[in-house]
Design a protein around this ligand. Sequence first.
Ligand code: TYC
Length: 102
Amino acid sequence: TDGPRDDTSILTKPKTRTQRPPMYKVLILNDDYTPMEFVVHVLERFFGMSHAQAFDIMLAVHKKGLAVVGVFSFEVAETKVAQVMDFSRRHQHPLQCTMEKE
Ligand code: TYC
């Protein structure tokens, strides 16, 4: 009965914080040539946006020059950028998609 017991009442604060994986913002850039409907389609197809959501983001990019379209792990962000760049190139549109560490 009086043997050693784990003391569950003491909780020590870790000296260093738990590492969270860095996250990456994926951005779409405005240009003068890519059709608005194409950008809307890209946002629906690769970022799972509704048509209304995609239209709003496309207009924001058109007016402000760029917008964040999502935040992902490095690998997912890299894949999204490659998919958008490849799809745009195949359709001969100059649409640019980049990523940056959050
Ligand atoms: N500025 C383009 C036009 O007037 C539309 C556009 C919007 C292009 C967003 C790129 O990321 C973009 N046709």
